[in-house]
Design a protein around this ligand. Structure first.
Ligand code: ZN
Length: 248
């Protein structure tokens, strides 16, 4: 039997869907490399075990599927009832037995994929609301999921690094982070100089007369900007840069 195809026709959207699916596969691969006992070990995120990360990634797929249902039916279905409900769900999920956690990740990803696959071209432009309250077209859900699966695969702390993330994903992520800093004014006097990136060389407070310049590869700068780790970077002021401004 031939696999059912996406109803979407826009080449950029199909490419974005492919990157999201590759990220899902990558997360699944790193998860499969972990034993059941490993799941209670620490993740890269403070206060979260790997089980928290896994539960979050599963529930995130369900939440994004709700946005696609919203786009398809016009019936408003938010990602989460509230920020508190979201956090309680993750805390609960982290207590699930390993088999249930693995099942959650797998089945929520399949469900989301079916929602994406069966969304007709016109519905992708419909507006939905993110957990942060931003109104975005349904196409944005693909990016929202893409960055979750790629970055949280690194957070599983079993060998994945930002260097495993495709460069276009890193570039977009870094631009998102820089925009969030800018909106908060926390990029003042900070310039990022990125080496080896296909389309990005500089970001930040480019008009500052004497900024701190943080330089490094796309993967290492993005890892630092996302608050994950500081490795392989140099600062024009301190040798190694201090912690990056808060992102989320
Ligand atoms: Zn997340």
């Amino acid at each position: 039997m031939v696999a059912r195809q996406d109803l979407a026709t826009d080449p950029a959207l199909l490419e974005a869907l492919l990157t999201a699916r590759r990220g899902t596969a990558f997360f699944g691969r790193k998860l499969n490399e972990l034993s059941d006992e490993d799941l209670s070990g620490p993740s890269l995120l403070p206060g979260w075990t790997r089980a928290h990360v896994i539960a979050h990634v599963g529930y995130n797929a369900r939440a994004i599927a709700r946005l696609m249902e919203w786009a398809n039916t016009g019936v408003e279905t938010p990602m989460y009832a509230s920020a508190r409900a979201r956090n309680e769900e993750i805390e609960y999920g982290a207590t699930l037995p390993p088999a249930a956690l693995r099942h959650l990740v797998e089945h929520s990803a399949i469900h989301l994929n079916v929602e994406w696959r069966d969304t007709p071209p016109h519905a992708w432009a419909r507006r939905v609301k993110t957990a942060q309250g931003r109104t975005v077209p349904a196409t944005e859900t693909v990016w929202m999921r893409t960055r979750e699966v790629w970055v949280h695969a690194v957070d599983l702390a079993n060998g994945a690094s930002f260097a495993d993330i495709p460069a276009p994903v890193l570039e977009r992520l870094l631009k998102d982070i820089a925009a969030a800093w800018h909106a908060r004014g926390s990029d003042k006097d900070l310039v990022l100089k990125i080496s080896g990136a296909p389309a990005l060389t500089e970001l930040g407070d480019l008009d500052a007369p004497d900024p701190e310049i943080v330089s490094g590869s796309l993967a290492e700068i993005t890892a630092w900007a996302a608050g994950r780790h500081t490795r392989g970077l140099t600062s024009s002021r301190h040798g190694e840069p201090g912690p990056a401004p808060r992102w989320l």
